[in-house]
Ligand binder design. Structure first.
Ligand SMILES: NC(=O)c1ccc[n+]([C@@H]2O[C@H](COP(=O)([O-])OP(=O)(O)OC[C@H]3O[C@@H](n4cnc5c(N)ncnc54)[C@H](O)[C@@H]3O)[C@@H](O)[C@H]2O)c1
Length: 351
């Protein structure tokens, strides 16, 4: 059994905590009374997010936040941070996440995502910190045999290096626990995180052309892009477009706080799906976003993209039954908050 500690006495090291999901999780952790140390190299984030976090949580909670601009793969830097803060738990978000880019840059993806995880867990082990929550993905389920997906659904062959990194890191962390049962590993398989903080102060700020649907829809809504490209309308779904389980980023963030509470005092490896359990098609997203922004959003139908699955959505009853966590926001909330963020911050954190 790992030691049980109260939030106020728990130091959580958050890798990638300046990013989209990480920053929203940091807000929920600080609001929950945790001490937070963020390590982020800002390769896909802005340091301005920390001002926004401070505004949201207030000065008292923000006093419990420390930020280091460092690469998780930089062992001396990471060792120094562990020496200084002695984190009790780690939430590991840091990594590259663009599926398409991973196909053209496999070395960068394997070396950043897997390399930094190996450095991280080795430094954790050296410091006697054996509790980790990892950002995995529904991508490990591949093309599902049946829906909804439960944690028992089989993992399938990945179709790109990004997917393989998630697949392999899950295996690496599971093997760690086999070698040393004191490890306490939670693998969170996210479905499709969208939305933004309801304050309008934080959201997804993709660099370059967005890889994911909703940031693309948001940029089209604001006139930065001409039209949304819908890849395939001949799938076996009600309107022919792909169906995914979209989850509000704030729900995802509270899922991490629930996982921290659940893992407190335990050891083992546990997998949880984090989604809503509801599938929404691409055209339904465009329609919901049009309502949120008050005007039509142009779209064009393109050919299917290789590797895209027809539909996936989660069974989240395990997270509900064990951790007491459930998603609270619906698609309308997600589109409203995305639009609020996009329309108030057309250039993301850069103004
Ligand atoms: N957004 C999604 O759709 C989605 C879905 C499933 C899983 N995930 C996973 O969740 C995690 C967070 O995703 P996100 O959407 O917030 O992405 P993000 O790019 O916004 O956040 C990742 C953060 O990690 C940082 N980073 C990258 N490599 C680093 C390194 N070596 N050292 C230190 N910092 C580093 C980046 O600067 C960024 O701030 C990722 O592991 C991602 O693969 C995301």
């Amino acid at each position: 059994m790992s030691e049980k500690i109260a939030p106020a006495d728990t130091c959580v090291l958050v890798t990638g905590g300046a990013g989209f999901i990480g920053s929203h999780t940091v807000v929920e952790l600080l609001s929950g009374g945790y001490k937070v140390v963020v390590v982020d190299d800002l390769s896909n984030a802005s340091r301005k997010v920390f001002d926004r976090i401070k505004t949201i949580v207030g000065d008292d909670a923000a006093a419990n936040l420390t930020f280091y601009e460092a690469d998780v793969n930089d062992r001396p830097a990471l060792t120094k941070i562990f020496d200084e803060h002695h984190p009790d738990r780690v939430i590991h978000f840091a990594g590259f996440k663009a599926v398409g880019e991973s196909v053209s840059k496999p070395i960068e993806y394997y070396s950043n995502n897997i390399g930094n995880t190996l450095t991280l867990v080795d430094v954790m082990r050296e410091h006697g910190c054996k509790s980790i929550i990892f950002s995995s993905s529904a991508t490990v389920y591949g093309d599902p045999d049946s829906l909804p997906l439960t944690e028992e659904s089989p993992k399938k062959m990945a179709t790109n290096p990004y997917g393989w990194t998630k697949w392999m890191i899950e295996q690496i962390l599971t093997d760690l626990h086999t070698a040393d049962p004191e490890w306490n590993v939670v693998l969170l398989r996210y479905f499709n995180p969208i939305g933004a903080h309801p304050s309008g102060l934080m959201g997804e700020d993709p660099k370059g052309i967005p890889n994911n649907l909703v940031p693309y829809v948001a940029q089209t809504a604001i006139g930065k892009r001409d039209a949304v490209h819908v890849f395939g309308n001949d799938y076996d779904t009600p309107d022919g477009t792909g169906v995914r389980d979209y989850i509000h980023v704030v729900d995802l963030a509270t899922g991490h706080v629930a996982a921290l509470a659940w893992m407190n005092g335990r050891q083992g490896v546990e997998i949880f799906n984090l989604g809503t359990g509801t599938g929404t098609s691409v055209l339904q997203i465009i329609e919901a976003f049009s309502k949120a922004c008050g005007h039509e959003i142009p779209y064009v139908i393109e050919a299917r993209r290789p590797g895209d699955v027809t539909a996936n959505y989660a069974d989240c009853s395990k997270a509900r039954d064990l951790m007491g966590w459930e998603a609270k926001f619906n698609i309308e909330d997600m589109c409203r908050d995305s639009w609020n963020w996009q329309s108030h911050n057309p250039n993301g954190y850069e103004g």
